[in-house]
Design a protein around this ligand. Structure first.
Ligand code: BO1
Ligand code: ZN
Length: 265
């Protein structure tokens, strides 16, 4: 059975019973209050994305894990990685996935001054000083996740490279290989503006191992495309009652002792 869910008995309020880290003091997501963010233009320098523009030496596997749709990346040559952006190491890309709502007014995990977005994408990287993702997963400086917020707007060609395969993974634990595309295509043009804080995985086991970057610039996607996320992938196995994966976001956690930094006003 499922040890955790997004509603009911095993929902976010009770995650800490089975996963004690979820009750920690540096949890994610958080509400980003823009007027309290500390501008740090000196050390929050631009990100350098390596291999984000190439499709070589990279394979992509799309999976339904019952909580989200996730693209796992396998690199055979030079790793696809990020540095700069105030990070003190090189972080290697591992996977990306999404959180979305049943309605446009909710779905993102982070909110900006109380405004929620219909979807949020997380690109998960691990610190290259560790052997692999699993080694890094519970280390303070283990992970760097880039978070991108979506707004309803124009049809987005690039995301159809993922969406068109949803029909091959309707149920939990199904996966399919997809043709590789350049990661950069998914991202907004401008990556200069971002919020930075230290937090956790937003799902169990909630390890406090994530350097978060939430970008100012949003990604446009159409209502029709959002509806594919909402209605074509299910959180359960074939032959069980069909429940769409939707509203797969954790509510905001206490900031506690932490400060949010930002790269520019
Ligand atoms: S997130 O970006 O904070 N939403 C996030 C949440 C969980 C994970 C990564 C990013 N990691 C997951 C891995 C699984 C692994 C699980 C438990 O942690 O994706 O592969 O099994 O270790
Ligand atoms: Zn996530």
């Amino acid at each position: 059975g499922n040890l955790w869910t997004y509603d009911g008995e095993k929902g976010p309020d009770n995650w800490h019973l089975d996963y004690p880290h979820c009750g920690g003091v540096s949890q994610s997501p958080i509400s980003i209050k823009t007027d309290e963010a500390i501008v740090d233009s000196a050390w929050l320098v631009p990100f350098i994305l390596k291999g984000y523009d190439t499709m070589q030496n990279l394979t992509m596997k799309l999976a339904n894990n019952g909580h989200t749709v996730q693209v796992d990346l396998t690199v055979t040559g030079d790793p696809v990685s990020i540095t700069g952006g105030g990070l003190t190491n090189v972080y290697i890309v591992q996977q990306f996935h999404f959180h979305w709502g049943k309605e446009d007014k909710r779905g993102s995990e982070h909110d900006i001054d109380g405004k929620y977005f219909p979807m949020e994408m997380h690109i998960v990287h691990y610190n290259s000083k560790y052997k692999n993702f699993t080694e890094a997963l519970n280390k303070d400086d283990g992970l760097a996740v880039l978070g991108f917020l979506f707004e309803v707007g124009k049809y987005n060609l690039h995301f159809d490279r993922i969406i068109k395969h949803f029909s091959e993974i309707p149920y939990k634990d199904e996966h399919t290989d997809i043709e590789t595309f350049a990661m950069r295509d998914l991202l907004p043009e401008n990556l200069d503006g971002y919020y930075r804080y230290h937090g956790s995985l937003t799902t169990p086991p909630c390890y406090e191992s994530v350097t978060w970057s939430i970008f100012y610039q949003t990604i446009e996607i159409s209502e029709y495309q959002l509806d594919q996320f909402r209605h074509t992938v299910h959180e359960n196995y074939i032959n069980e009652t069909i429940r769409d994966i939707s509203d797969d976001y954790r509510p905001p956690q206490c900031l506690n002792h932490r400060k949010i930094h930002c790269s520019k006003p």
